[in-house]
Design a protein around this ligand. Sequence first.
Ligand code: GLV
Length: 333
Amino acid sequence: MRFLGKQSKPRVYVTRALPGDAIERLQRECDVRVWDEDAPPSRETLLEETRNAEGLLCLLTDNVDAGLLEAAVHLRVISTMAVGYDHIDIDAATARGVLVTHTPGVLTETTADFAFALLLAAARRLPEGDRAVREGRWTAWQPTFLVGQDVYGATLGIVGLGAIGAAVAKRARGFAMRVLYCGPARNEPLEEELGLEYTNFEGLLARADFVSVHARLTPETRHLFNEDAFRRMKPTAVFVNTARGAIVDEGALLRALENRVIAAAAIDVTETEPLAKTDMLLRLPNLLVTPHIASASVATRTRMAGLAVDNVLDALAGRRPGHPVNPQVLNVK
Ligand code: GLV
């Protein structure tokens, strides 16, 4: 850990080294402490470091719960370098008048690119092909060797049509896909613009060749993909998740892939991260898993860090940050 800056400035704790000039910019205006290791700080460290901090710049790996908020009595802003904020107890923060901010928008296209990359890779069995070549199992061109699912002209089901879901739908048009979507909010202008069809969850599962999840993790979406959901999908279906691991019951996913209830899955997120090397999911040839890197391009991660810093600086200077999660806190002040 390093200590940077002078005492008279607002104190900010940053839970990891950040790309670009993010820390330097923060340091100009704040008294900054940075957790410099690759693994997240422990609960004890987080408690200790936020006890006197006015600002916390954290990542999705940091659990900011009611207990931490109770101890961090000086805290005014929590800025997460993520679009998802399910790792923060928003109600507890709001009750204590602590502003929470996040970094939407800047990662939309990068994440959509990655979701599509997963979809294509799982459909056309890229990881299996790569393994086959490396393991000397490419013996001859064969009519039925590693045959997969066509993407062009297929039906895509998008679960949660927020910014990222919409960006995936735009990409699907280039593949002449029919695009269905479901979710709490219907978006008729976008339906019109992109030729989308709104349906319910069950209808989407029954008709989609590809199901891609772009919903937030909430009590309503936790384990939305359970045994029953996978059973409703086509046996040729490919499931893609770049949202949050806990939207899927991983036991149910394991059984669905093992018993070929669905054809394949490609996931960038798991219920417990990192996924243990011994996890049963890793034995499945029809599962592609990546280590939560959908937003991981150099430019996007730099933009996310910059935005997270802007949010802290704005909040501590009494300005309205661009991306408040609980703006009601601002109205009270
Ligand atoms: C990544 O998962 C994010 O929420 O930004």
